[in-house]
Design a protein around this ligand. Sequence first.
Ligand code: NIG
Ligand code: FE
Length: 417
Amino acid sequence: MSTLLIRNIKGLVQAERQARTEARGAEMADLPVLENAYLVAENGHISRFGPMSECPENADEVLDATGRYLFPSWCDSHTHLIFAASREEEFVKRIRGLSYEEIAQQGGGILNSARRLQACPEEELLENAWGRLQEVISFGTGAIEIKSGYGLSTESELKMLRVARRLKEISPIPIKTTFLGAHALPLEYKSDRTAYVNLLIREMLPRVAAEGLADYCDVFCERGFFTVEETDRILKAAWQYGLKPKIHANQMDYSGGVQVGVENQAVSVDHLEHCGDAEIAALLSGQTMPTLLPSCSFFIGIPYAPARRLIDAGLPVALASDYNPGSTPSGNMPFVVSLACIQMKMLPEEAIQAATLNGARAMEMEHELGTIAIGKKANLFLTYPMPSIAFLPYAFGSRLIETVILNGRLNTGNKIG
Ligand code: NIG
Ligand code: FE
């Protein structure tokens, strides 16, 4: 039995007073923080925490956290972490004036990544993704969702998901996987969209399910990508294989994606840069988590999702990175939290709830992660000394995470396997 004791914690963030599965509306600003606290992790899980006056004497390993805050790890519920190559040439094209959509229409964008991925050996994909996983762990991420969607053929989609499975086997943090065959229409199906949707439903989904390769099914429900009707068909088929929906919706337009997601009991609908009364009403009628990705708005220069309106309507909001080579080449969750505060006017407390507990909920891990509670996985990070919690989003871009703790141990290793 190995125990880790962290003592003299300036503030233990998300220390549960009572068990919660999400934070919604006004609750989001009520972030529990226990001052002058200790925490014990035993066999990978949180076994005790409380005020320093009740701190136990000994443990196998003791860490002094004077001046520092201890957080539950970020739960990043939306990434495209597996890809073959970066796309900085498109970044330069955007600087010169082309839009993200124009680049996609010219065969760049997702189709560009798909060509590169199809030609990339599995080992190389795994090695690249492993490096990115190590990087995001150093930013404090302690659970992550990873999508396919750069395969766009049965074999390549399966290849991506097999890489994700291998990553899962060797990863120190939990990974949820999502099948996103409906990310873009391959060029060869341009004149017969239905044939690709049929392929997804009749060939890809059954094979993904037979190999147990995915937890969720995603669709890019968007102008120029997949319609509401196509999304509905795919999501209904996915449910038959036990894959719950988690979809891309309303990034470029009022696409109807939010409504079709809620109707199909999606775990989350993500992006929501275009989100008005009808979308809010739909969200209020269901259990689907609205998940916002402000780094994407920042990077490709599109509007930010109306986080304030969602929260003020009483909804929960989750934050995720959307790490991908096209619209968000960054998995830096502290930066996501900063952007949420600076650009979407979320309070630091709200943004932290959104990136921890609500992120966990957006990948159905709220019983294992996302807060400090007895029995939860001891995936945590300790900040450098900071004056307050608001300092974390305020000091954007600064290195504020001093120590990462995964499974109750200090994280040091970064070698593959
Ligand atoms: O979430 N919007 C669709 N998918 C990604 C971008 C994918 C890409 O450009 O490669 C996103 O932003
Ligand atoms: Fe995405």
